[in-house]
Design a protein around this ligand. Sequence first.
Ligand code: AHM
Ligand code: MG
Length: 337
Amino acid sequence: MAQKISLTRYLVEQQRADGLIPGQLRLLLEVVARACKSISQAVNKGALGGVLGSAESENVQGEIQKKLDIIANEVLIEANEWGGHLAAMASEEMDSIHLVPNRYPQGEYLLLFDPLDGSSNIDVNVSIGTIFSVLRKPENGHGQGVQESDFLQAGSKQVAAGYCIYGPQTTLVLTVGNGVAMFTLDREQGSFMLTQEDIKIPADTKEFAINMSNMRHWDAPVKRYIDECLAGKEGPRGKDFNMRWIASMVADVHRILMRGGVFMYPWDKREPEKAGKLRLMYEANPMSWLVEQAGGAATNGRQRILDIAPTKLHERVAVVLGSKNEVERVTGYHDPL
Ligand code: AHM
Ligand code: MG
């Protein structure tokens, strides 16, 4: 029987083989995985644990927070504060960055996360997840400890990224720049076990994911792409397309990593001053790197997401990601040569 490989063993072997995971980063990833295990427990208990429903507070984006948004945020902060691997953290649920308290040693990494993505699905028992991105603290000359500007690095600078999906299984998907690996939580063992390595997204697909209720607000290139998909076999694409929209980016991206597809949350006319709905630093960047590492592509319709130079922590961005040929087509419609 093939030997089972735990996340711990996988990280140790990656550290030895490719030197991609220095000791502090390995600790960081283990701690994030442990926090995800706790979040998974809370999600699983649901109403029995009294964790469902609204917390009746608002986050910096003006969104009403759910109790689980706050619980997941606290779990991640508490787990990561004391290990000496981090300098600071940033989260969708916190207005500004969270420094590691002085009583703990400071590490070389910065951690960003969306503690519970897909919040609208929490109370209806549909898959949700945690998304995370790891950056190196820049060597800087400002000499004032970590500042928000230290986080404002392009996605191409990430040293690790991943998500944990709380669905029928709890699954952690991770990249350190050496392909994409997937680990399933074995609840009896209490460990994440490697269940798939070198995940690849097929370049072509017949499945798209977009919130169709926003169609009347879209820009012409997005409308054109979806109209062509909807025209099916008789249309310019010459094939029928299927549609899925879970309203949890983690779940939609997970499906795309497993079987291909294209995911879009484009700019739209509802709030024209916003570049999109999703956040660049802790949603789009980590997902884009995972997708690229799996052979897919990710753009904002015009530009590779990982090349965008962020100007603020909670910056929003339009997102088109997934099967390479479809992403290139949508991007080509935006910016015809
Ligand atoms: P959240 O981080 O507040 O949960 O919002 C992000 C989510 C994504 O997971 C998902 O793709 C999108 O919002 C769904 O938006 P909509 O409800 O507009 O379809
Ligand atoms: Mg989110």
